[in-house]
Design a protein around this ligand. Sequence first.
Ligand SMILES: Nc1ncnc2c1ncn2[C@@H]1O[C@H](COP(=O)(O)OP(=O)(O)OP(=O)(O)O)[C@@H](O)[C@H]1O
Ligand SMILES: [Mg+2]
Length: 264
Amino acid sequence: MASGTIEDVDGAADTAATESVLRADDVAVHFGGVKAVDGVSIELTPGRIFGVLGPNGSGKSTLLAALTRLVPLTRGSLEFEGRRYDTVRPHTIAARGVARTFQTVRILPGRTVFDNVALGAESAGSAGKAERGRARQRARTAIERTGLAGKERHRPDELSYGYQRRVEIARAIASEPTLLLLDEPTAGMNRQERDDITGLLGDLRGEGLTQLLIEHDVQMMVDACDHLFAMNFGELIADGEPEAVVRHPAVQEAYLGKQGRAHA
Ligand SMILES: Nc1ncnc2c1ncn2[C@@H]1O[C@H](COP(=O)(O)OP(=O)(O)OP(=O)(O)O)[C@@H](O)[C@H]1O
Ligand SMILES: [Mg+2]
C-alpha cells in the first residue's frame, strides 16, 4: 500500500489566495480492523466542483460520512470556513451550511415531495410566519430547478428512483448551503436525467456553490469536476486536475489493476 505521501499531479504551484471552505487533515475512520478512510487530507476552495473517484469499497462514502460528522474520526481534524468542527453534532454542521445527499436515498416515504423538500428549506431556521413563507419559496425554487414541478403532491414511493434522487437533491439545495456533498446523485438515472443533474450542478457552481461529488463514471467526473481526488483502500492516491488524475498510474492501476489480476 502507498506510503503517507500523496502525489500532487497538479504541477502548477498554488499561488492563489486560498480561502478554504473545508479542510480535512489526516482524517482516518476505522471500523474495527477495517481502515475505511486512512489518513486523508483534502482542501475545498470556494465555488468549485470537487470529485472523489475510486473503486467500490475505497472509502468514498465513509469520507463523506466523516465530513458530515455521521461517523466519528479515528484520527485527524476537520475545519469548515476556518472553524474546527470535528466534535460537533451532524445537525450543527448542517446548520452552518453543509448539505448532503446519500448513496441510498433517505427521504420520508409517507410525506409528499413538497413536504420532503420543505424540510430541507426549514432546517435553515424558521421561527416566524415570514420566515416560513421564505422557506416555502426556497422549496418551490428547489423543486423547479430539479425538474420536480408538477410532482409536489406525489409521495416519493410513487416516483421512479431517479425522481426520488431529485427529491433528495432538492431538499439539500433548498437549505441554500455553502457546501453541497453528493454521494452518487445520478445512480439509477438514464443518460438524459444524468445530463440534467450535471447541468444543474454546473449552474449551482456558477452561483458560487462549492460541491464535493462522488460518481463512478470517469468521463462524467472529468467533464463535471474542476478538481479530482482519487482514493483506493481508504487512502488518497491522487489529487489534482481531473485529466491528470485519471491518467495517473496509481489511478489506472486501481481501476485496471483488478482486471489485470483477474486475467493473471
Ligand atoms: N459502518 C461500517 N462498519 C464497518 N465497515 C464499514 C462501514 N461502512 C463502511 N465500511 C467498510 O469500509 C470500506 C469503505 O466503504 P465505503 O462505503 O466508504 O466505500 P465506497 O468507496 O463508498 O464504495 P462504493 O463505491 O461501493 O459506494 C468498505 O470496506 C466497507 O465495507
Ligand atoms: Mg459509496
